[in-house]
Design a protein around this ligand. Structure first.
Ligand SMILES: *Cc1c(COP(=O)(O)O)cnc(C)c1O
Length: 393
């Protein structure tokens, strides 16, 4: 077998499941729940995990293997596993590493469901968490306790676009011997590789930019082989498995991630630049705008600014309602990372389960809308947002 390709685009396209007897060019979908054994000895060795190979699709399947192997190459991770959704990846990564009495330190700005896991589900099993504000660099050190087992961050964060210093956090994690888990959903491995900054694990919602076309749910955990073995044990026996079909879609999607992200980022920067200083807006947030509080850090740690732009409308929730209802081209949906531009109002939808003060603490004000900038012509997207802002006045 030739050496594994290392350049991003080539690895994303040329990493494939072994060809079958049919000599196919594109990899087929292996819609099979189990696999047959050549003989009794092979069955024993496969179950003992002494040799690689598929046994049962709850454990693995040629399609999920291909997706994971590719994502490991792109993130430069030793090993990985796929899951049915991003939340299954977040939960499996945490559940594999903590037990009753343990403690987690996490950045305050987190995806809504991750926040629910930390504040409402894990405490049922005796696992507590402390949040650190994005602006509080010194807070991490003082939040760590003897029983802290995980540092968990999301950067850039959803939806506030806080950017956290991965070199600093990675060094702290290494110094204290605590694994750092990074939710790399917003950046994707094309823009940012947390493992190179000292993270032990990366978790993904593959539903977003990795699929990129709003079709399937999926997730993955990639990184340190010993920690992945723990997560794999948890997932094998609890069953948050990715379906072969979804894995096939996601592996195909990775083939075009680089070209899609280039255009998403280019469109997002154009849109953010256009709307900065607009009379109807209190604020425009985008990591690669000079006005972003962590602009220099974002430029150091990410190759481009990502596909999400945040607008804060003057006029609060009522203005946002009128704005969203006036949009003619952009979709109003909770998803992100699609070819279609999507507008979301976190206060009334994705982050409505947080309390008012929890939202305030992470900057989710009632006038905030999240724009997932798509691949339409950016002038059409800008024109739609312009007309909806005018109509909502
Ligand atoms: C959407 C999202 C998740 C959850 O992923 P699902 O695939 O919807 O389960 C986790 N983290 C971030 C940052 C997300 O945007």
């Amino acid at each position: 077998m030739p050496d594994q390709p290392t350049r991003f685009e080539t690895a994303a396209i040329r990493t494939q499941a072994p060809r079958s007897a049919a000599r196919e060019h594109a990899v087929p979908v292996f819609l099979t729940s189990s696999f047959v054994f050549d003989d009794a000895e092979q069955a024993r060795a496969l179950f003992a995990e002494e040799i690689p190979g598929a046994v049962y699709s709850r454990y693995s399947n040629p399609n999920t293997d291909e997706f994971v192997r590719k994502l490991c190459l792109l993130e430069r991770g030793e090993d990985g596993l796929s899951t049915a959704s991003g939340m299954a990846a977040v939960f499996a990564a945490l559940a594999a590493l903590v037990k009753s009495g343990d403690h987690i330190v996490a950045s305050r700005s987190l995806f809504g469901s991750t926040h629910q896991i930390l504040t409402r589900l894990l405490p049922r099993w005796g696992v507590s968490s402390t949040y650190v504000d994005a602006s509080d660099d010194a807070g991490w050190e003082s939040a760590i306790r003897p029983e802290t087992r995980v540092l968990f961050v999301e950067t850039p964060s959803n939806p506030g676009l806080d950017v956290l210093d991965l070199d600093r956090l990675g060094a702290l994690a290494k110094a204290r011997g605590i694994p750092l888990i990074v939710d790399n959903c917003f950046a994707t491995p094309y823009l940012q590789r947390p493992l190179a900054h000292g993270a032990s694990l990366v978790v993904h919602s593959a539903t977003k930019w990795i699929d990129g076309q709003g079709r399937v749910l999926g997730g993955a955990i990639v990184g340190d082989a010993a920690l992945i073995a723990e997560a794999r044990f948890f997932a094998r026996h609890t069953g948050p498995s990715l379906s072969p079909f979804n894995a096939w879609v996601l592996s195909k999607s990775l083939e075009t991630l680089a070209v899609r992200m280039d255009r998403h980022c280019q469109n997002a920067l154009a849109l953010a630049t256009h709307f900065e200083g607009h009379a109807a807006l209190e604020q425009v947030r985008y990591p690669f705008l000079a006005s972003h509080p962590q602009h220099a850090l974002a430029r150091r740690q990410m190759s481009q600014g990502g596909g999400i732009v945040v607008l804060v409308l003057s006029g609060g929730y009522q203005r946002c309602r009128r704005f969203i209802d006036a949009l003619a081209l952009c979709s109003h949906s909770p998803n992100l990372g699609d070819t279609r531009t999507i507008v979301t109002h976190p206060t009334s939808t994705t982050h409505s389960k947080l309390t008012e003060s929890e939202r305030q603490a992470v900057g989710i004000v009632p006038g905030l809308v999240r724009i997932s900038v798509g691949l339409e012509h950016v002038d059409d997207v800008i024109a739609d947002i312009e007309q909806a802002l005018a109509a909502s006045a």
